[in-house]
Design a binder for this molecule. Structure first.
Ligand code: IMP
Ligand code: MG
Length: 180
């Protein structure tokens, strides 16, 4: 594993994002953080505690990845509570082409959200689809390589790493060997 962003760097940036959101939404009536499952769970847990405002928490289940190649995103669940009239912040792990987020944002608008903004921990450069929503909040801009950790997975592995890393050939080969 090659560590790209360590625990301290993540924590510092998440606190900045929380402070920024708290400032921007100080006057919001009904603020809802919607986590895009499952990759954003670590980020959501830290971001909500870094945001000193009353807020609700909800989840949306949307899948776009099999292994490390993209498929069409499908919403299978969520949100659980009403977002009608609410100011929603979609909390995402990583923005690549943006097709996953475009689907999530459409869904929340259709559900009657008053506003929908996006907070993504990571963004890969220059790969966004034309209809991709522009995130209002971005934790880190990274390169195009595949990353894991702090919620992000490769075939459901590595989500529990406390840092963000680029898996090496040996890490992936070890997983393949486990399956045989
Ligand atoms: P998009 O629709 O291309 O923006 O895909 C974004 C989704 O793909 C994210 O929510 C992740 O679940 C997944 N994804 C994209 N890049 C990576 C990566 O480098 N590591 C792990 N998951 C990724
Ligand atoms: Mg995701």
């Amino acid at each position: 594993m090659h560590v790209l962003i360590n625990e301290q760097e993540i924590a510092a940036r998440v606190h900045e994002l929380g402070a920024e959101i708290a400032k921007d939404y100080a006057a919001a009536g009904d603020l809802v953080f919607v986590a895009v499952l499952r990759g954003s769970l670590c980020f959501m847990a830290d971001l909500m505690r870094a945001t000193e405002l009353p807020l609700r928490l909800d989840v949306l289940d949307i899948r776009s990845y099999q292994g490390d190649t993209g498929d069409e995103p499908v919403i299978s669940h969520g949100p659980m509570d009403s977002v009608t009239g609410a100011d929603v912040i979609v909390v995402e792990d990583i923005l690549e082409r943006g097709t996953t987020l475009a689907r999530a944002v459409d869904h929340l608008r259709a559900a009657g959200a008053r506003s929908v903004e996006v907070c993504t921990l990571l963004r890969k450069p220059g790969m966004a689809a034309a209809n991709a929503p522009q995130p209002r909040y971005v934790g880190f801009d990274i390169g195009p390589g595949f990353v894991v950790g702090y919620g992000l997975d490769y075939d459901q592995h590595f989500r529990n790493l406390p840092f963000i890393a680029i898996p090496g050939e040996a890490d992936l080969a070890a997983l393949a060997a486990d399956r045989t």
